[in-house]
Write a protein that binds this ligand. Structure first.
Ligand code: PLP
Length: 348
């Protein structure tokens, strides 16, 4: 079965085999070597300076990393402006509400780019989802970074479905942190996630949660320690996935590979009269959403493709009646996509 949903992804055999390593106690030096290598390799994916940035690992899905980042990096007297144009942007607002973080929501249409207020006042931080997986839209970080820079706001980014493939301007001083996960563009398995945090921002971290306390996780990991039992096997897979990522040419190569697959699928579906919901130049290379063909309920399309070995993904909420999504992350090839397009053509 090939997974064309936005994570977990189809594994390479190399990563799958890495799960079958010796049992490992997380209080032994072998575990800390594994943890150190993952943290170093995560920074290396974007060539980040370890003096400036640190990678904080945790056990949990991507949401755990986003929640950990949000709970820590807006201080008690801070106030956050949250840009939303999809489900994942909404989740950040829900997290802020749950933790009692002062925030305002800038809610935009899910079908439109983010519109920025001219002169937002009284905010210390802003948050945005980089690749809004709800629709496949890649939110342009450039104007957001410019605004944050001008207004003195720190920027927190949900990069769960973009980290490892899309460009992220870590050189921007206002960028404080990016949260992401093992099992999307990095091709690991679910269970490990992380926050790439600027050390100066982390130094001021608030402690609003016990398990997901980013400051504490960072402190202990720097000391080759861990507060709780990590998902050791997910870490085995992540380190192997990161080695493979480097061997394959790093982020630029992954971007190119995804871009080629996404374009192949777009062009092939266009030939069949199936068109993207978001213009390609506003979309990520990771996932695209397409209009459902007329008179075709999603379940019918899904089941027909599943019978041929492909798992596609529904739209969220009301979008399920309008669109379907195809991600080209993971161990999928050009030949696989040719076969997928043949299946689309045959369903009539
Ligand atoms: C997948 C995803 C998440 C986290 O989802 P989990 O199911 O917790 O891994 C968060 N944000 C975005 C943009 C995502 O695509």
């Amino acid at each position: 079965m090939l997974l064309l949903n936005p994570g977990p992804v189809t594994l390479t055999e190399r990563v799958r085999r890495s799960l079958l390593q010796p049992d490992l106690c997380h209080r032994e030096s072998e575990f800390f070597a594994l943890q150190d290598e993952i943290r170093e390799r995560l920074l290396a994916t974007y060539h980040l300076d370890p003096q400036v940035w640190t990678a904080v690992l945790m056990t949990g899905s991507g949401t755990a990393a986003v929640e950990s980042m949000m709970a820590a990096l807006v201080p008690a007297n801070g106030r956050l402006l949250n840009f939303e144009n999809g489900v994942y942007g909404e989740r950040i607002a829900q997290m802020c509400a749950q933790y009692g973080i002062a925030h305002e929501r800038a809610i935009g249409s899910w079908m439109e780019p983010i519109t920025l207020p001219a002169a937002p006042a009284g905010f210390t931080h802003a948050a945005i989802v980089h690749h809004e997986t709800t629709t496949g839209r890649l939110n342009d970080l450039k104007p957001v970074i410019k605004l944050c820079h001008e207004r003195g706001m720190g920027l927190l980014v949900d990069g769960v479905s973009s980290f490892g493939a899309e460009n992220i301007d870590f050189g921007a001083e206002c960028l404080h942190a990016v949260a992401a996960t093992a099992n999307k563009c990095l091709h690991g398995v679910p269970g490990a996630s992380f926050v790439i945090a600027r050390r100066t921002a982390l130094a001021k971290a608030a402690s609003r949660t016990y398990y997901l306390d980013l400051g504490r996780l960072a402190r202990l990991q720097e000391q080759r320690n861990t507060p709780f039992t990590p998902a050791v096997h997910a870490y085995y897979a992540l380190v192997e996935a990161l080695r493979e990522f480097a061997d394959e040419g790093g982020r630029a190569a992954r971007y190119q590979r995804y871009a080629a697959l996404a374009e192949q699928v777009r062009a092939g579906l266009a030939d069949l009269g199936i068109h993207p919901v978001i213009a390609p130049e506003q979309s990520s290379v990771v996932l695209r959403s397409y209009h459902l063909p007329p008179q075709t309920p999603y379940s019918q399309l899904h089941d027909a493709l599943k019978a041929q070995g492909f798992v596609i993904y529904a739209g969220q909420g009301d979008l399920s009646k309008m669109l379907f999504r195809i991600s080209t992350m993971g161990a999928v090839t050009c030949a696989d996509m040719n076969r997928l397009l043949k299946c689309f053509a045959q369903r009539g």
